[in-house]
Design a binder for this molecule. Structure first.
Ligand SMILES: Cc1ncc(C[n+]2csc(CCOP(=O)(O)OP(=O)(O)O)c2C)c(N)n1
Length: 329
Protein backbone atom coordinates (compact mmCIF):
# COMPACT_ATOMS: atom_id res chain seq x y z
CA UNK A 1 0.00 0.00 0.00
CA UNK A 2 1.44 3.36 -0.97
CA UNK A 3 1.85 6.07 1.67
CA UNK A 4 -0.76 8.31 0.08
CA UNK A 5 -3.30 5.49 0.03
CA UNK A 6 -3.01 4.35 3.64
CA UNK A 7 -6.34 4.83 5.48
CA UNK A 8 -4.45 6.36 8.43
CA UNK A 9 -3.00 9.05 6.13
CA UNK A 10 -6.35 10.31 4.87
CA UNK A 11 -6.58 13.96 5.83
CA UNK A 12 -9.37 16.01 7.35
CA UNK A 13 -10.53 17.61 4.11
CA UNK A 14 -11.02 14.36 2.21
CA UNK A 15 -12.59 12.59 5.19
CA UNK A 16 -15.00 15.43 5.88
CA UNK A 17 -16.09 15.54 2.26
CA UNK A 18 -16.71 11.80 2.40
CA UNK A 19 -18.76 12.27 5.56
CA UNK A 20 -20.77 14.99 3.85
CA UNK A 21 -21.45 12.80 0.82
CA UNK A 22 -22.47 9.80 2.90
CA UNK A 23 -24.84 11.99 4.92
CA UNK A 24 -26.42 13.37 1.74
CA UNK A 25 -27.00 9.84 0.46
CA UNK A 26 -28.45 8.63 3.77
CA UNK A 27 -30.91 11.54 3.96
CA UNK A 28 -31.78 11.37 0.26
CA UNK A 29 -32.69 7.71 0.67
CA UNK A 30 -34.75 8.32 3.80
CA UNK A 31 -36.70 10.95 1.87
CA UNK A 32 -37.12 8.60 -1.11
CA UNK A 33 -38.66 6.08 1.29
CA UNK A 34 -41.06 8.75 2.51
CA UNK A 35 -42.07 9.57 -1.06
CA UNK A 36 -42.91 5.91 -1.58
CA UNK A 37 -44.77 5.58 1.70
CA UNK A 38 -46.75 8.73 0.93
CA UNK A 39 -47.71 7.33 -2.51
CA UNK A 40 -46.01 10.29 -4.20
CA UNK A 41 -43.51 8.21 -6.19
CA UNK A 42 -44.58 6.03 -9.09
CA UNK A 43 -43.32 2.44 -8.76
CA UNK A 44 -40.82 1.46 -6.12
CA UNK A 45 -37.16 1.89 -5.32
CA UNK A 46 -34.22 0.01 -3.78
CA UNK A 47 -32.62 1.86 -0.89
CA UNK A 48 -28.84 2.09 -0.48
CA UNK A 49 -28.90 2.97 3.24
CA UNK A 50 -26.14 1.09 5.06
CA UNK A 51 -23.93 0.83 1.97
CA UNK A 52 -22.95 4.50 1.64
CA UNK A 53 -19.26 3.94 2.35
CA UNK A 54 -18.87 1.83 -0.78
CA UNK A 55 -20.16 4.39 -3.29
CA UNK A 56 -18.43 7.29 -1.57
CA UNK A 57 -15.13 5.51 -0.93
CA UNK A 58 -14.91 4.40 -4.55
CA UNK A 59 -16.13 7.60 -6.22
CA UNK A 60 -13.88 9.78 -4.03
CA UNK A 61 -10.96 8.02 -5.68
CA UNK A 62 -12.17 8.92 -9.19
CA UNK A 63 -11.91 11.99 -11.39
CA UNK A 64 -15.01 13.62 -12.78
CA UNK A 65 -14.19 12.29 -16.26
CA UNK A 66 -13.81 8.72 -15.02
CA UNK A 67 -16.85 6.54 -15.59
CA UNK A 68 -19.12 4.50 -13.43
CA UNK A 69 -21.94 2.12 -14.22
CA UNK A 70 -24.51 1.34 -11.59
CA UNK A 71 -27.32 -0.98 -10.55
CA UNK A 72 -31.00 -1.06 -9.57
CA UNK A 73 -29.75 0.18 -6.14
CA UNK A 74 -28.02 3.13 -7.72
CA UNK A 75 -28.93 6.43 -6.01
CA UNK A 76 -25.81 6.36 -3.83
CA UNK A 77 -23.53 5.81 -6.83
CA UNK A 78 -25.14 8.71 -8.75
CA UNK A 79 -24.86 11.16 -5.85
CA UNK A 80 -21.32 10.11 -4.99
CA UNK A 81 -20.30 10.70 -8.62
CA UNK A 82 -21.65 14.23 -8.56
CA UNK A 83 -25.38 14.20 -9.27
CA UNK A 84 -27.54 16.98 -7.85
CA UNK A 85 -30.21 16.06 -5.32
CA UNK A 86 -33.00 18.12 -6.90
CA UNK A 87 -32.64 16.54 -10.34
CA UNK A 88 -32.38 13.09 -8.74
CA UNK A 89 -35.70 13.55 -6.95
CA UNK A 90 -37.22 14.97 -10.14
CA UNK A 91 -36.23 11.78 -11.97
CA UNK A 92 -37.70 9.57 -9.25
CA UNK A 93 -40.99 11.44 -9.62
CA UNK A 94 -41.01 11.27 -13.44
CA UNK A 95 -40.55 15.02 -13.90
CA UNK A 96 -39.06 16.75 -16.93
CA UNK A 97 -36.26 18.29 -14.82
CA UNK A 98 -34.95 14.82 -13.96
CA UNK A 99 -31.68 13.39 -15.25
CA UNK A 100 -33.50 11.41 -17.95
CA UNK A 101 -36.28 13.98 -18.38
CA UNK A 102 -38.47 11.82 -16.20
CA UNK A 103 -38.34 8.76 -18.45
CA UNK A 104 -35.76 6.73 -16.56
CA UNK A 105 -36.97 6.71 -12.99
CA UNK A 106 -35.09 5.36 -10.00
CA UNK A 107 -33.41 2.44 -11.76
CA UNK A 108 -32.15 4.18 -14.90
CA UNK A 109 -30.52 7.42 -13.83
CA UNK A 110 -27.63 8.44 -16.08
CA UNK A 111 -25.56 11.62 -15.73
CA UNK A 112 -22.95 11.71 -18.45
CA UNK A 113 -21.55 15.11 -17.47
CA UNK A 114 -20.36 13.54 -14.23
CA UNK A 115 -19.20 10.30 -15.85
CA UNK A 116 -22.20 8.24 -14.80
CA UNK A 117 -23.06 6.00 -17.76
CA UNK A 118 -26.20 4.84 -16.03
CA UNK A 119 -27.91 2.68 -13.51
CA UNK A 120 -29.21 -0.58 -14.89
CA UNK A 121 -32.13 -2.75 -13.78
CA UNK A 122 -30.63 -5.84 -15.41
CA UNK A 123 -28.53 -7.59 -12.78
CA UNK A 124 -24.95 -7.62 -14.11
CA UNK A 125 -26.02 -5.70 -17.21
CA UNK A 126 -23.78 -2.74 -16.66
CA UNK A 127 -20.62 -4.87 -16.59
CA UNK A 128 -20.56 -4.86 -20.38
CA UNK A 129 -21.04 -1.09 -20.51
CA UNK A 130 -18.22 -0.37 -18.03
CA UNK A 131 -15.86 -2.74 -19.81
CA UNK A 132 -16.76 -1.15 -23.13
CA UNK A 133 -16.03 2.29 -21.69
CA UNK A 134 -12.64 1.05 -20.51
CA UNK A 135 -11.97 -0.37 -23.96
CA UNK A 136 -12.86 3.00 -25.47
CA UNK A 137 -10.48 4.83 -23.09
CA UNK A 138 -7.67 2.50 -24.01
CA UNK A 139 -8.28 2.77 -27.76
CA UNK A 140 -8.48 6.55 -27.63
CA UNK A 141 -5.37 6.76 -25.47
CA UNK A 142 -6.97 8.65 -22.60
CA UNK A 143 -6.14 7.78 -19.02
CA UNK A 144 -9.75 7.45 -17.89
CA UNK A 145 -10.83 4.58 -15.69
CA UNK A 146 -14.23 2.85 -15.56
CA UNK A 147 -15.79 1.41 -12.41
CA UNK A 148 -18.54 -1.18 -12.53
CA UNK A 149 -20.66 -1.41 -9.37
CA UNK A 150 -22.69 -4.60 -8.96
CA UNK A 151 -24.25 -6.66 -6.19
CA UNK A 152 -23.05 -10.17 -5.44
CA UNK A 153 -26.19 -11.44 -7.21
CA UNK A 154 -24.49 -10.47 -10.48
CA UNK A 155 -21.86 -13.13 -9.82
CA UNK A 156 -24.44 -15.55 -11.22
CA UNK A 157 -24.55 -13.75 -14.57
CA UNK A 158 -22.41 -15.04 -17.44
CA UNK A 159 -21.79 -11.58 -18.89
CA UNK A 160 -19.65 -10.65 -15.88
CA UNK A 161 -17.21 -13.46 -16.71
CA UNK A 162 -17.17 -12.76 -20.44
CA UNK A 163 -16.12 -9.17 -19.81
CA UNK A 164 -13.62 -9.97 -17.07
CA UNK A 165 -11.96 -12.35 -19.50
CA UNK A 166 -11.71 -9.62 -22.15
CA UNK A 167 -10.63 -6.97 -19.63
CA UNK A 168 -7.76 -9.16 -18.52
CA UNK A 169 -6.67 -10.16 -22.03
CA UNK A 170 -6.72 -6.56 -23.22
CA UNK A 171 -5.42 -4.99 -19.96
CA UNK A 172 -8.40 -2.64 -19.74
CA UNK A 173 -8.66 0.14 -17.13
CA UNK A 174 -11.79 -1.20 -15.41
CA UNK A 175 -12.46 -1.90 -11.74
CA UNK A 176 -15.22 -4.33 -10.83
CA UNK A 177 -16.69 -3.35 -7.46
CA UNK A 178 -18.78 -6.13 -5.95
CA UNK A 179 -21.08 -4.87 -3.20
CA UNK A 180 -21.79 -7.93 -1.14
CA UNK A 181 -24.72 -6.93 1.06
CA UNK A 182 -25.29 -10.64 1.71
CA UNK A 183 -28.70 -10.99 0.03
CA UNK A 184 -29.87 -11.47 -3.53
CA UNK A 185 -33.43 -10.28 -3.07
CA UNK A 186 -34.57 -12.65 -0.28
CA UNK A 187 -31.88 -15.32 -0.57
CA UNK A 188 -28.63 -15.38 1.40
CA UNK A 189 -25.73 -15.22 -1.02
CA UNK A 190 -24.21 -18.44 0.31
CA UNK A 191 -27.23 -20.28 -1.11
CA UNK A 192 -26.57 -18.81 -4.56
CA UNK A 193 -22.81 -18.26 -4.84
CA UNK A 194 -20.54 -21.28 -4.75
CA UNK A 195 -16.93 -21.24 -3.61
CA UNK A 196 -14.67 -18.31 -2.91
CA UNK A 197 -15.72 -15.06 -4.61
CA UNK A 198 -12.19 -13.69 -5.08
CA UNK A 199 -11.07 -16.88 -6.79
CA UNK A 200 -13.35 -16.01 -9.69
CA UNK A 201 -11.60 -12.81 -10.89
CA UNK A 202 -8.23 -14.31 -9.95
CA UNK A 203 -8.93 -17.19 -12.33
CA UNK A 204 -8.78 -14.58 -15.12
CA UNK A 205 -5.54 -13.14 -13.77
CA UNK A 206 -7.31 -10.10 -12.37
CA UNK A 207 -5.90 -8.60 -9.18
CA UNK A 208 -8.55 -8.89 -6.49
CA UNK A 209 -8.97 -7.89 -2.87
CA UNK A 210 -11.66 -7.40 -0.25
CA UNK A 211 -12.31 -4.59 2.20
CA UNK A 212 -14.68 -3.72 5.02
CA UNK A 213 -17.39 -1.94 3.07
CA UNK A 214 -18.55 -0.12 6.21
CA UNK A 215 -15.22 1.69 6.51
CA UNK A 216 -15.09 4.40 3.87
CA UNK A 217 -11.40 5.03 4.48
CA UNK A 218 -10.55 1.41 3.73
CA UNK A 219 -12.66 1.42 0.57
CA UNK A 220 -11.11 4.70 -0.58
CA UNK A 221 -7.53 3.61 0.11
CA UNK A 222 -7.78 0.33 -1.81
CA UNK A 223 -9.68 1.94 -4.68
CA UNK A 224 -7.01 4.61 -5.11
CA UNK A 225 -4.40 1.92 -5.53
CA UNK A 226 -6.47 0.08 -8.12
CA UNK A 227 -7.29 3.32 -9.96
CA UNK A 228 -3.67 4.48 -10.09
CA UNK A 229 -2.62 1.08 -11.35
CA UNK A 230 -5.34 1.02 -14.03
CA UNK A 231 -4.50 4.59 -15.15
CA UNK A 232 -0.87 3.62 -15.53
CA UNK A 233 -1.80 0.72 -17.82
CA UNK A 234 -1.78 -2.00 -15.15
CA UNK A 235 -5.17 -3.37 -16.15
CA UNK A 236 -8.35 -4.44 -14.39
CA UNK A 237 -9.00 -5.09 -10.73
CA UNK A 238 -11.80 -6.51 -8.59
CA UNK A 239 -12.76 -5.07 -5.21
CA UNK A 240 -15.10 -7.02 -2.95
CA UNK A 241 -16.79 -4.73 -0.43
CA UNK A 242 -18.54 -6.48 2.45
CA UNK A 243 -21.57 -4.46 3.41
CA UNK A 244 -25.27 -4.62 4.35
CA UNK A 245 -28.50 -2.98 3.28
CA UNK A 246 -30.47 -1.76 6.26
CA UNK A 247 -33.84 -1.83 4.53
CA UNK A 248 -35.57 -4.46 2.44
CA UNK A 249 -34.66 -5.49 -1.07
CA UNK A 250 -37.04 -2.72 -2.17
CA UNK A 251 -39.14 -0.24 -0.23
CA UNK A 252 -42.11 -2.61 -0.10
CA UNK A 253 -40.06 -5.39 1.54
CA UNK A 254 -40.88 -4.46 5.12
CA UNK A 255 -41.50 -7.88 6.69
CA UNK A 256 -38.07 -9.52 6.43
CA UNK A 257 -38.21 -11.98 9.32
CA UNK A 258 -38.57 -14.99 7.00
CA UNK A 259 -35.15 -14.45 5.47
CA UNK A 260 -33.05 -12.57 8.05
CA UNK A 261 -33.20 -11.84 11.77
CA UNK A 262 -33.75 -8.58 13.59
CA UNK A 263 -30.60 -9.30 15.60
CA UNK A 264 -28.56 -9.41 12.40
CA UNK A 265 -30.04 -6.08 11.26
CA UNK A 266 -29.32 -4.53 14.67
CA UNK A 267 -25.71 -5.72 14.56
CA UNK A 268 -25.08 -4.01 11.21
CA UNK A 269 -26.80 -0.82 12.37
CA UNK A 270 -24.64 -0.64 15.49
CA UNK A 271 -22.10 2.14 16.10
CA UNK A 272 -19.30 -0.30 15.27
CA UNK A 273 -20.63 -1.02 11.77
CA UNK A 274 -22.75 1.90 10.65
CA UNK A 275 -20.61 3.65 8.01
CA UNK A 276 -21.51 7.16 9.15
CA UNK A 277 -20.83 6.34 12.80
CA UNK A 278 -17.56 4.62 11.95
CA UNK A 279 -16.26 7.66 10.08
CA UNK A 280 -17.79 10.16 12.51
CA UNK A 281 -16.13 8.43 15.46
CA UNK A 282 -12.79 8.50 13.66
CA UNK A 283 -13.14 12.19 12.76
CA UNK A 284 -13.87 13.04 16.39
CA UNK A 285 -10.99 10.91 17.66
CA UNK A 286 -8.57 12.62 15.27
CA UNK A 287 -9.72 16.00 16.53
CA UNK A 288 -10.72 16.99 12.97
CA UNK A 289 -14.22 17.97 14.11
CA UNK A 290 -16.44 18.28 17.14
CA UNK A 291 -20.05 17.15 17.55
CA UNK A 292 -21.34 20.56 16.46
CA UNK A 293 -19.46 20.38 13.17
CA UNK A 294 -20.92 16.95 12.39
CA UNK A 295 -24.37 18.23 13.27
CA UNK A 296 -23.85 21.22 10.93
CA UNK A 297 -23.00 18.85 8.07
CA UNK A 298 -26.19 16.93 8.75
CA UNK A 299 -28.27 20.11 8.96
CA UNK A 300 -26.91 21.34 5.61
CA UNK A 301 -27.63 18.00 3.95
CA UNK A 302 -31.13 17.93 5.42
CA UNK A 303 -31.83 21.42 4.06
CA UNK A 304 -30.54 20.38 0.62
CA UNK A 305 -32.77 17.29 0.63
CA UNK A 306 -35.81 19.27 1.76
CA UNK A 307 -35.43 21.92 -0.92
CA UNK A 308 -34.60 19.25 -3.53
CA UNK A 309 -37.73 17.24 -2.88
CA UNK A 310 -39.85 20.38 -2.85
CA UNK A 311 -38.40 21.36 -6.22
CA UNK A 312 -39.24 17.93 -7.61
CA UNK A 313 -42.77 17.84 -6.22
CA UNK A 314 -43.54 21.21 -7.82
CA UNK A 315 -41.74 20.52 -11.12
CA UNK A 316 -43.83 19.83 -14.24
CA UNK A 317 -44.19 16.44 -15.92
CA UNK A 318 -42.86 16.14 -19.49
CA UNK A 319 -45.32 17.11 -22.15
CA UNK A 320 -47.16 14.04 -23.53
CA UNK A 321 -45.91 14.97 -27.01
CA UNK A 322 -42.41 13.82 -25.88
CA UNK A 323 -43.50 10.25 -25.30
CA UNK A 324 -41.68 8.79 -28.31
CA UNK A 325 -38.59 11.01 -28.00
CA UNK A 326 -35.37 9.23 -26.92
CA UNK A 327 -37.00 5.84 -27.53
CA UNK A 328 -34.86 3.37 -29.48
CA UNK A 329 -36.17 0.13 -30.89
C1 LIG B 1 -30.91 -10.50 -15.22
C2 LIG B 1 -31.84 -10.26 -14.06
N1 LIG B 1 -32.30 -11.33 -13.35
C3 LIG B 1 -33.13 -11.13 -12.31
C4 LIG B 1 -33.52 -9.87 -11.96
C5 LIG B 1 -34.44 -9.63 -10.76
N2 LIG B 1 -33.66 -9.07 -9.67
C6 LIG B 1 -33.65 -7.75 -9.43
S1 LIG B 1 -32.62 -7.35 -8.17
C7 LIG B 1 -32.18 -8.95 -7.93
C8 LIG B 1 -31.20 -9.35 -6.85
C9 LIG B 1 -29.96 -8.60 -6.98
O1 LIG B 1 -29.09 -8.91 -5.92
P1 LIG B 1 -27.69 -8.28 -5.93
O2 LIG B 1 -27.13 -8.31 -7.30
O3 LIG B 1 -26.90 -8.95 -4.87
O4 LIG B 1 -27.93 -6.75 -5.59
P2 LIG B 1 -28.61 -6.12 -4.29
O5 LIG B 1 -30.08 -6.06 -4.57
O6 LIG B 1 -28.29 -7.00 -3.15
O7 LIG B 1 -28.02 -4.77 -4.18
C10 LIG B 1 -32.82 -9.78 -8.85
C11 LIG B 1 -32.64 -11.24 -8.90
C12 LIG B 1 -33.04 -8.79 -12.75
N3 LIG B 1 -33.38 -7.53 -12.48
N4 LIG B 1 -32.18 -9.01 -13.78
Amino acid sequence: MSATASPSKIGAEVALEMYRQMTRIRLFEEQANELYRGAKMPGLTHLYIGEEAVAVGVCSALRRDDWITSTHRGHGHCLAKGAEIDRMFAELLGKEAGYCRGKGGSMHIADHENGNLGANAIVGGSAGIATGAAFSAKRRGTDQVAVCFFGEGALGQGLVYEVMNMASLWTLPVIYVCENNMYNEYTHYLEATAGDILSRPRAFGIEADEVDGQDVRAVFARTIEFVERARAGGGPAFLLCNTYRYHGHHVGDVDRAYYRTKDEEALWRSDERDPLRVLGTWLLAQGFVDDDALKAIEDDARAEVESGVQFALEAPYPDPSQVTEDVFA
